[in-house]
Design a protein. Structure first.
Lengths: 547, 247, 351
């Protein structure tokens, strides 16, 4: 393994004034307009929800150690997988990279002093908190057991749990997402530094821009779907209830119209992070920059055209199914293009293996597997067999955890020095990455086999011949948990004891590295002017800018 | 890569710290408001799509439901709302020309018209309550005890000359129409309420003299929002009130 | 702890092999591309490892490569799409000579009924070598019938029939699952499919005590509920003749033509005003609440299905509309009431 890219000149010290110590007191944080502080607020909130969702996951895996499933009652188990899904999807994955890394980095990367609409940004966080409050209220008053997909008429007429509270919480959190996306779109259009043309934007910006388009167009449809569900449940009107003349399949169409693009909201920013990491740790510009940029846009557009691939056996016509299957194959192509371009970026590069790069490589491998298993699901005749089985669960955990969460962790490690001014301990970080990779595969690979065998989703108990694979999966989960807890510990440790990072510990290109770590509140002492293309490695090695 | 000094030559009191010029601020807020309106179009759009699907499926029931709501009040409300858009446009013009008192007056007038709209809506909702047409447990389209009028089944037989059996089935299905009626007009009314809140804030700022020829964008964008809510009503009125009224 | 470790499901239907072939192809494809990417990365990481002398070569890209690695995956995808679609078409088109069963899913059990009237709960007996088609409906929420060994699955919806078909090839007992989350005992809504050789199956059919065939029970209901009053074969009948109706096209009063399948007949009973047969008046009252359960509905369907075959012309019994006015329409519920001393339950007022 090569040595780290970091060279630590002895004279590095923390900047005297930066965004973290600019103002003290709880009010300066709760009423901040600084995008960096808002990013930190989101970081704290989302870390909480990630671990909460993880606790539910742990309980699920414990239940599934035995076929009879006697650890929890069936009703409790149904609440566990619902709360795991709702938490992870709506209160962690959807906001994660945009609200934490995006909020922090977008203004820095475009050379602006802040996002276009800072008050909207703060409002976004408060709206998220309100939504989260509703969700937590639903949790403490007994939890919800609809499944994160809320299918009717089960959710609208047959369950006695606090469905409306949870639906309201989710839809309010959706508005937080809309405001974030809106802010990014306006910022990228109107706040770019002089000389920063669209063709010079970092790929992280392109990825977040594409994500923002999806957020802005798709989330409102989720909002109205959940509003209608709440009205139906509260007032017994008949929009989705067949007993009253409604159509339960309409709910599925409306729900998936958002929730499929939502998975692209989750993965696109992750892909943006990978682009940034791979280029830096190969010391080489991204291979096929414009193809990668336009692939992000293509994924966003096509992503809106495939929703009914969740409904191939739900009662849609054969011809509809045909169209949606075709589109689902089409949407896979841009992702494949990206994977090839990242791999080609490493060719004839100068590759090093710092932790962010380990996560990026892990992402490329696991996302490839996860994405290819999506083809199994897009193929109509095969989907009939594996739909609603553990095969689907394995597929989406490969792309969401093996993909998205790895990208999130990679990004956190890459930009931690910028965010905190400190370096995390590299040895522990590499160990955590390895543990995470092993734990992840052991948890989810057996689930592909279980799914093809026929083990359905959302089962609290299962036929005995499935036990061995379930035990392997639970064992993997316990290892994976360690891999996730370690960064929590050492990131916190590094805030106090980590080495000082300096402005550009990785010698990376990008405007965010041209200011101090942590940055001052106003980001740049002087507005940068951009004259070069992005990832201009290869010209003489970047000298770290000492402010 | 070179650096240049921060180019802020204007120091208008309303210039926010993240912008370099009032022009940039204006363009950013403009784009922001339009993107926000796109999200609103998607939200109402989802609702309209569901409405259209059920209207195709239960057309006669939608006709029956539509005839039982008052075209006169709906039309009156349409006029009220269009007028309020006019007064709003006048408020923007006044702000642009630095006429503080006029700006305040027009915003207040817009709010007055908005209140009138909501008042009429409340009356219509009450009428539906009286006729037992509110979807849910107590829904009754066949004229039951305690329901003032609202026997849609009978109206259908008399007006459309259909058989009582058919009329009965259609009348029961009008519950779906009314579900959409309340969901659509309710969501719209909720947006009107938000608009009223927006107008209140705008009024206070206008009174304070915040707006002038160099800076009137809040009035302009609040106006955009108000016009949008008006346009949604322009769609709602024919979709809900005017089904098959030509007969 | 149960130590058996099966890694692949049984192949017990004609379509299982087809599905498995596509699956194996995709497994190979996934393995190939994952290994390709994985090994390339490993190779590049080692060969181009960062050293003090190493300088990266700044390659912008290659449009040719981009085209190649867009077009080839696209081609492979379209191939997979076509293969999957072909299997799906096969799965969605039951053969005409299939043995027809009815199934009801309800929280939290499965009920199956054979045309001879045999009923099963949570188990399903089928013969080898003969296609079996199940028309199913839910009594409450959405369920899904899943038989992994057959590689078949379809959702079971409330208020609407869906179908699933298969041809079993191998005697044995296989799992049957509900695969659409449906509440508390979702994981308990399971059963077994018992596949028997045709002779054994006939024996089994004859062994249980069936209370009359579905069609016979349906005919009883048809008379009890008063359907016979209007739906008679004579020309003065108020309702369309149901003889030979099942599976035939019907012309409606708005000039559309629909096929009289399970869903059409069910709708005509519960919501008759939705589709009026051309030449008839919309005078049929709804039987919502009168037909009390999905099982009763299925008996009626079986009876109507059994009413012989006629010509293939669209059903349009009348050339001119009959002038029937309201007073002539019998109040069937009232007549039943008058007939028996005890009051009958009124039809529900809910829509």
């Amino acid at each position: 393994m090569s040595s780290a890219t970091i060279t630590t000149p002895p004279q590095l010290e923390m900047p005297k004034k930066h965004y973290l110590n600019d103002n003290y007191g709880i009010r300066s944080w709760l009423l901040t307009k600084d995008h960096k502080r808002i990013a930190v607020l989101y970081l704290l909130t989302l870390t909480f929800f990630f671990f909460l969702g993880g606790v539910f996951a742990a309980m699920i895996r414990l239940q599934l150690l035995t076929p009879e499933g006697t650890l929890f009652q069936a009703d409790t188990y149904n609440k566990l997988f619902t709360m795991h899904g709702v938490n992870m999807v709506f209160f962690f994955l959807v906001p994660s990279i945009p609200a934490v890394l995006g909020n922090f980095l977008v203004p820095l990367m475009v050379g602006a002093k802040d996002l276009a609409l800072p008050k909207i940004n703060l409002a976004s966080w408060y709206i998220f908190i309100v939504g989260a409050a509703f969700a937590l209220a639903a949790l403490v008053s007994g939890g919800v057991d609809t499944g994160w997909t809320f299918y009717t008429p089960l959710s609208s007429g047959y369950l006695k749990t606090h469905v409306i509270t949870m639906a309201v919480g989710v839809l309010i959190a959706g508005f937080a997402s809309i405001f974030t996306g809106l802010n990014f779109i306006v910022t990228v259009h109107r706040m770019r530094a002089p000389g920063l043309t669209w063709g010079r934007l970092p790929l992280f910006i392109w990825a977040n821009y594409a994500t923002s388009i999806i957020m802005v167009l798709g989330t409102p449809v989720l909002a109205i779907t959940l509003i209608l569900l709440a009205l139906e449940r509260g007032f017994h009107i008949g929009i989705f209830d067949p007993k009253l003349g409604g159509d339960p399949v309409l709910f599925q169409h409306m729900f998936w119209f958002y929730s499929h693009p939502a998975v692209y909201i989750m993965i696109l920013p992750g892909m943006g992070v990978i682009s940034e990491i791979v280029t830096c740790f190969s010391r080489k510009r991204v291979f096929g920059y414009s193809f990668v940029a336009f692939s992000s846009i293509a994924i966003a557009v096509f992503g809106f055209l495939v929703w009914a691939h969740h409904m191939f056996v739900a009662g849609i016509s054969t011809y509809s199914a045909l169209v949606f299957s075709l589109m689902s194959f089409a949407v896979a192509i841009p992702s494949a293009v990206k994977v090839f371009n990242w791999t080609a970026t490493m060719y004839k590069g100068s590759v090093s293996f710092d932790t962010p790069m380990l996560y990026a490589i892990g992402f490329i491998g696991l996302f490839t597997i996860g994405g290819l298993t999506g083809l199994f699901l897009a193929a109509l005749g095969l989907d009939v067999h594996v739909h609603d089985t553990y095969f689907v669960i394995a597929h989406f955990h490969y792309v969401m955890v093996g993909g998205m969460v790895m990208a999130y962790l990679g990004g956190m490690h890459f930009w931690w020095p910028k965010l905190s001014g400190r370096l995390y301990p590299e040895g522990w970080a590499k160990l955590a990455a390895l543990i995470t990779f092993i734990g992840f595969n052991l948890t989810f690979f057996p689930q592909f086999i279980l799914g093809y065998m026929g083990m359905p989703r959302r089962y609290a108990a299962y036929p005995p011949e499935f036990q061995v694979l379930n035990v392997l999966s639970t064992a993997g989960a316990s290892i994976l948990a360690v891999g996730f807890i370690l960064p929590l510990i050492y990131f916190l440790w590094s805030m106090r004891y980590g080495a000082i990072a300096g402005p550009n510990p990785w010698n990376a290109t990008g405007l965010e590295w041209q200011t101090s770590s942590p940055p001052p509140t106003h980001n740049f002492d002087q507005t940068p002017v951009v004259t070069q293309e992005p990832y201009h490695y290869g010209e003489e090695e970047e000298v770290p800018v000492v402010p | 890569m070179s650096h240049s000094p921060t180019t802020t030559t204007e120091h208008h009191p309303a210039l926010a710290h993240q912008f370099d010029s009032m022009a940039q601020q204006r363009e950013a807020s403009n784009l922001g408001m339009w993107v926000f309106l796109v999200t609103e179009i998607m939200m109402f759009g989802g609702l309209f799509a569901a409405y259209l699907i059920y209207r195709l499926k239960y057309y006669e029931a939608f006709v029956g439901g539509s005839t039982s709501i008052s075209v006169s009040w709906g039309f009156a409300n349409t006029l009220v709302l269009i007028s309020s858009s006019l007064t709003m446009a006048m408020a923007v013009w006044s702000a642009q020309h630095g006429r503080r008192k006029q700006t305040v007056a027009f915003i207040a007038l817009t709010m007055l018209l908005g209140t009138a709209f909501l008042g009429v809506k409340a009356k219509e909702y009450y009428d539906k309550y009286d006729e037992c047409h509110i979807p849910g447990i107590s829904f009754n389209a066949e004229g039951g005890p305690g329901c003032r009028t609202g026997n849609i089944a009978e109206e259908l037989v008399q007006r459309e000359h259909i058989t009582p059996e058919a009329a009965l089935q259609i009348a029961r299905q009008t519950q779906i129409f009314f579900s959409f009626y309340f969901a659509m007009t309710g969501l719209h009314a909720f947006h009107m309420l938000l608009g009223m809140g927006l107008m209140t804030w705008l009024l206070l700022r206008a009174r304070r003299g915040d707006f002038g020829p160099e800076y009137y964008s809040p009035v302009e964008y609040a106006g955009l929002y108000w016009h949008f809510v008006d346009i949604v009503w322009i769609y709602l009125f024919p979709l809900l009130y005017l089904i098959s009224r030509h007969r | 702890m149960h130590f058996k470790l099966p890694l692949f499901p049984d192949q017990a239907s004609t379509v299982a092999g087809q599905v498995d072939a596509l699956y194996l192809f995709l497994v190979l494809l996934t393995t190939f591309f994952s290994l390709l990417i994985g090994l390339l990365i490993l190779f590049f990481a080692i060969k181009y490892k960062k050293t003090p002398e190493r300088k990266a070569e700044q390659i912008h890209g290659s449009t040719l490569l981009e085209i190649i690695w867009t077009v080839i995956p696209l081609g492979i995808s379209m191939f997979i799409f076509a293969w999957g679609a072909a299997i799906y078409f096969h799965q969605r088109r039951p053969p005409t000579n299939a043995l027809e069963l009815y199934g009801v899913g309800k929280q939290w059990m499965w009920k199956f009924e054979y045309s001879g009237g045999q009923r099963e709960i949570n188990s399903l007996h089928v013969p080898t070598g003969r296609p079996v088609k199940i028309s199913m409906i839910s009594q409450d929420v959405i369920h899904s019938l899943f038989i992994p060994a057959f590689r078949v699955k379809y959702d079971v919806l409330p208020n609407r029939y869906t179908t699933v078909w298969f041809e079993a090839t191998q005697p044995g007992t296989y799992h049957l699952f509900c695969s659409q989350y449906c509440g508390t005992k979702h994981s308990g809504m399971i059963g077994e499919v018992v596949v028997m050789k045709p002779d054994d199956f006939e024996t089994w059919l004859g062994s249980g005590k069936a209370e009359g065939s579905m069609a016979a029970n349906g005919e009883k209901l048809f008379q009890e509920l008063g359907c016979i009053t209007c739906h008679r074969p004579d020309s003065g009948a108020r309702g369309p003749n149901l003889q030979g109706l099942y599976g035939r096209p019907v012309r409606l009063s708005d000039n559309r033509t629909v096929v009289a399948d399970d869903n059409y007949i069910r709708e005509s009973i519960l919501n008759p005003n939705a589709k009026i047969v051309s030449g008839f008046q919309p005078i049929m009252p709804t039987f919502q609440g009168v037909v009390k359960s999905e099982e009763d509905m299925m008996q009626l369907l079986a009876y109507i299905k059994s009413l012989g075959e006629q010509s293939g012309q669209p059903l349009n019994n009348r050339t001119s509309p009959t002038m029937i006015r309201d007073t002539e329409v019998p109040n069937i519920q009232q007549e039943k009431k008058n007939k028996s001393e005890t009051p009958q339950p009124q039809s529900e007022k809910k829509p």
